[in-house]
Design a protein around this ligand. Sequence first.
Ligand code: SF4
Length: 473
Amino acid sequence: MPDTFNDECGVFGVFGHPDAANITYLGLYALQHRGQESAGIAASDGGQLRVSRAMGHVADAFNGDVLAHLSGSSAIGHVRYSTAGESTLSNAQPILIDCAHGQIAICHNGNLINAGELRSNLVRQGSIFQSSSDTEVVLHLYARSKAVAIEDAVVESVSQVRGAFSLVMLTRDRLIAVRDPQGFRPLALGRLDGAYVVCSETCAMDLIGATYVRDVEPGEVLVVSTSGVRSIKPYARAPLAHCIFEHVYFARPDSYVFGKSVNEVRTELGRSLAREQPVAADVVVPVPDSGVCAAVGYAEQSGVPLRMGLIRNHYVGRTFIEPQSAIRHFGVKVKLNPVRSILEGKRVVLVDDSIVRGTTSRKIVRIVKAAGAREVHVRVSCPPTISPCFYGVDTPDRSELIAATHTLEEITKYLDADSVAYLSLEGLLRAVDPERSSYCSACYTGRYPVELPQDEAAYLRLVLKLDKEPVTK
Ligand code: SF4
């Protein structure tokens, strides 16, 4: 089992560009960190939609011939990490259907918390599902809508789903972007040579040379056609619940999400961590790559020099031939190598952005010690993760989250560290959400912003091994 939180998904769309499929390919390339299991693109030439999906990374999923086949001036794309449904090609996105309203393709980032309930109702009424993905429910609701206008059918279908959804849909002549009323997942709107672009993170716009215009607002349905952009606000206003973990871990540091620079937020988390959890040390060492921004902030605030005492091998493929004889901590060593000249004899502050099960952190502490570090003080730039996510992030069962089941003293002992300390919730909120009004932080508090339907709650309690009813605020 991987000892990480797995990114959810990344979505991208472009309307009105002669090179739409290629632009989407590049956009997905920039969003690869949000999902590595499968990738797909659907394109429209104004008359017909075509789709191509494959398992694996974006660079492996497409080639020149495939992209040439995806002709047309509008396209949407998706990179997937499965948070609902199995990791199979049938669950890859975009999902394309043909129904009474014509062809439509859909990409989704998030997790629909009432998908199980809706799906059961639809199956009882005769619907036949092609996948186990929660996203397909939206298409079934859309296909059944009696509304005449496509926009009205989209609004009718998305009004029935609950939870986290940043959706990008493509019809023959329209691109439609939808964001849930709480705004769990990011979705940004930009312009490129007169074309419109929507994407999960602004780093995708940087790669293709697009200009950021604004975020798609929580609860907004944005319809892009040759007539321009039309904004529909079908939802009642709801308290915002942007995912705070986007800033802590998921989003790329060169992106802006929820109107804030991820790099600036993460660096500030490191400064706050240094103020809250100082320790006498000789060197600050980040766990690359995810701990780098916070380590920069920690070093800046503490005055302890930052050194790259761990080097990441960026060329580790998913398949390599493992040695037949056991090499201690091989899995971690193949990705991270310690720099002995930096670590030997030093009191090290090891900065990371999260601890999940603790197994990887323990191996990293051990390789830092084996490289000669005198002391290792682990500092984590977010509070202890104690609850699973229901809104599109793949978290392990609660029973496997080390902070949910162990005291700080036990964690320190398990990691074999000299000390372990986390940023406080107060410190995190001060850096990200000073008004305390816009963010979900349920994985640190267990207080869930969107109530789960009763039967769904029972199911998730069973699956996720929650020991009590999820709390909603
Ligand atoms: S529970 Fe955690 S990971 Fe999930 S949406 Fe809330 S803050 Fe993000």
